[in-house]
Design a protein around this ligand. Structure first.
Ligand code: PAF
Length: 282
């Protein structure tokens, strides 16, 4: 695994790889890696000749009072975990490499899909994500881009701008990886104390139960959603949102459809956790 810090150098290296007809799989991350990231690396390795992983804690996607300063930066441990997969290039730019003085251009995904769910509570977050991912894609060049389904809204928004801006990337969204007890893997799980870790299980439980009962026709969408929210409220400190939406537009649904996604964001202690399940009646 070759570590590259400069955007120009990575661009040059990958241009040469493509001249040799090698396909590129790209996994963007903010580090603090876990098995979920590793599943993306493995998929990239299976489907491409070259695998590139980036680690960059992107300041523009954190709002005031969010965890940018304390976001875990553990490059040594990340490199060891990546050693379990087959990574050709690890791209670790500095903030100055990505946002040099005078940087003034942003990517904004307009429309309802960026204003609901996390977008409603984290203004500017998806503009930060879209801007950095567009920049990373321009540095990496034509590739398959690997994202995790745990960040469902992020993946939907990235799909949207990749299509809207005719970017040369094929977006591949891979299933959420969970701990044995159901907790969705997340870099932020490491903020949880033991008692909080137990309470955090309420998210996946509520979502799985909702899916089971929708599939089993156990009540209306409104009834089952209200019950899920009630149970979550008993376990977590704050339910920021719990919605059942259209998988593509992310518009909230009032009636059962063949394809739906249920998503939630909750605070357990000071830690904000998100999770979702896809509900398919096919
Ligand atoms: O999901 C993440 O880790 C980040 O939002 C991403 C896609 C790497 C952009 O900074």
């Amino acid at each position: 695994m070759k570590v590259v810090r400069s955007p120009r150098q990575l661009q040059r290296i990958l241009e040469e790889e493509r001249l040799r007809k090698r396909t590129v799989g790209f996994v963007p991350t903010m580090g603090a890696l876990h098995e979920g990231h590793l599943s993306l690396v493995k998929a990239a390795d299976r489907e491409n000749d070259i695998t590139v992983v980036s680690i960059f804690v992107n300041p523009t996607q954190f709002g005031p009072g969010e965890d940018y300063a304390k976001y875990p930066r553990v490059l040594g441990a990340d490199k060891r975990l990546l050693g379990k997969g087959k990574v050709d290039y690890l791209f670790c730019p500095s903030v100055r490499d990505i946002y040099p003085p005078g940087h003034a251009t942003c990517v904004t995904v307009d429309g309802a899909m960026a204003r609901v769910l996390c977008g409603k509570f984290r203004p500017g977050h998806f503009q930060g994500v879209a801007t950095v991912v567009a920049k990373l894609l321009n540095i990496v060049g034509p590739c398959r881009l690997y994202l995790g389904a745990k960040d469902y809204q992020q993946a939907a928004i990235i799909r949207r701008f990749v299509e809207d801006l005719n970017m040369n990337a094929r977006v591949r969204v891979m299933p959420t990886v969970r701990e044995k007890d159901g907790l969705a893997m997340s870099s932020r799980n490491r903020y949880l104390g033991p008692a909080e870790r137990r309470r955090a299980l309420a998210l996946s439980r509520a979502l799985f139960e909702l899916r089971r009962d929708i599939l089993g026709k156990k009540g209306t969408l409104a009834f089952l959603k209200a019950r899920a929210v009630r149970k979550l409220k008993d376990a977590v400190d704050r339910v920021q949102y719990f919605e059942i939406v259209d998988p593509v537009t992310l518009a909230p649904l009032k009636m059962v459809r063949r394809e739906m996604v249920a998503l939630t964001a909750c605070f357990v202690g000071k830690t904000r956790l998100i999770d979702n399940v896809i509900i398919s009646l096919r």
